[in-house]
Design a protein around this ligand. Structure first.
Ligand code: DAH
Length: 343
């Protein structure tokens, strides 16, 4: 580069720039390229700046003024061209990036598949909601239960067949005082709840239950029940009938008729099955009965002062009856085409 002592004629410098720089700017193929051209033409160490510094050496004020103006004109013109080219290059580079990315911003977005609660969960929620509407509280209990709550407290005889290994899954917890098993029904929560709470009791207990059954159209080794328990001063079988009848009308429709057929459960006396007339036929829906005084005794309630009723129903069964499902297995094989029907 030149030194102050040996400056080129500023006018030569800018004429040269004015002639040569525009086509260089025009041909710049990248922003990096353009940056270099900018530095070499109008940047700090550019000939333009050098020309400016050379102005002082021009003795004639008029000539100095004219030269200064000419330098500025060229500088402004080149800076404008560089800015315009920069915009062009930036757009082009952004487009190249987009193309390389393979993203077509004009494509419609993908709408994610909307999920829903499983038919079994929907049924449980709906049943629980009906009882909550009748003043019941929802509580839950453990799935791994001990023999006392699952059987003994509920007045099951020591030799009751449900206790057999062929019917119940026993868990190996080593040397424990009591057998630990997977609860075979939600009824154990009756005893657990009464042990911890004073009457009155109005609770529903949804949850998983387990039985050593082979899978077929009407049996699964894991299914769901909703248990109910009402205990108060003066509860009668009429309360049971009124409550469960109201439940059936809310679940199946206002005109639904119900009937009660005598049955046996160890923890209720008398016991019954409730059937409902729906879809043109009588269908067995649930088990129920008046709480057996022996159960009250097991949990420390006074059987002479209190009475109550209990009921238990299968969630899958209620869903099958409601939707006309004939094979239980369709509810658990996770085929979205099936599940989609119960949105
Ligand atoms: N625990 C019974 C079962 O799993 C169902 C049941 C029947 C529950 C009568 C009750 C009841 O509370 O009163 O088959």
């Amino acid at each position: 580069m030149t030194t102050t002592a040996n400056l080129p004629n500023p006018m030569n410098t800018i004429e040269h720039l004015e002639n040569e720089a525009p086509s260089r700017i025009d041909k710049a193929s990248s922003i990096a390229d353009l940056d270099a051209i900018e530095a070499e033409t109008v940047g700090k160490r550019s000939p333009i700046n050098e020309a400016r510094r050379g102005l002082g050496a021009i003795a004639d004020p008029a000539e100095r003024g004219a030269t200064g103006k000419a330098i500025n004109n060229v500088a402004t013109k080149l800076s404008g061209m560089i800015a315009a080219k920069r915009t062009l290059l930036e757009t082009a580079e952004a487009n190249t990036l987009l193309e390389a990315d393979g993203a077509d911003v004009t494509l419609k977005g993908r709408v994610p598949r909307r999920g829903t609660h499983h038919i079994i969960q929907q049924t449980i929620d709906e049943i629980v909601d009906i009882f909550v509407g009748l003043g019941y509280q929802m509580v839950e209990g453990p799935e791994a239960e001990n023999d006392f709550y699952n059987f003994t407290a509920l007045n099951f005889h020591e030799t009751h067949p449900s206790r057999l290994e062929s019917d119940t899954f026993y868990l190996d917890y080593g040397d424990t005082d009591e057998e630990i098993l997977l609860r075979t029904h939600t009824s154990p929560m009756q005893a657990r709840y009464m042990e911890k709470h004073d009457p009155p009791v109005y609770v529903v207990v949804p949850g998983k239950v387990f039985r050593s059954d082979a899978i077929d159209a009407t049996h699964l080794p894991v299914f769901h029940q909703i248990e109910g328990l009402a205990v108060d001063d003066n509860i009668t079988f009429a309360d049971l009938k009124g409550t469960l009848g109201e439940f059936a009308r809310q679940f199946f429709g206002t005109g639904t008729k119900v009937k009660f057929i005598p049955h046996y459960f160890p923890f209720t006396e008398p016991s019954a099955e409730m059937h409902a007339y729906t879809q043109g036929k009588w269908i067995e829906l649930l088990g129920c009965g008046m709480v057996n005084p022996a159960v009250f005794e097991h949990v420390g309630y006074d059987p002479d002062a209190l009475s109550g009723f209990a009921f238990g129903m299968g969630a899958e069964r209620m869903a099958m009856v409601r939707h006309g499902i004939t094979d239980l297995r369709t509810m658990i094989d996770s085929d979205v085409r099936t599940l989609d029907q119960y949105r």
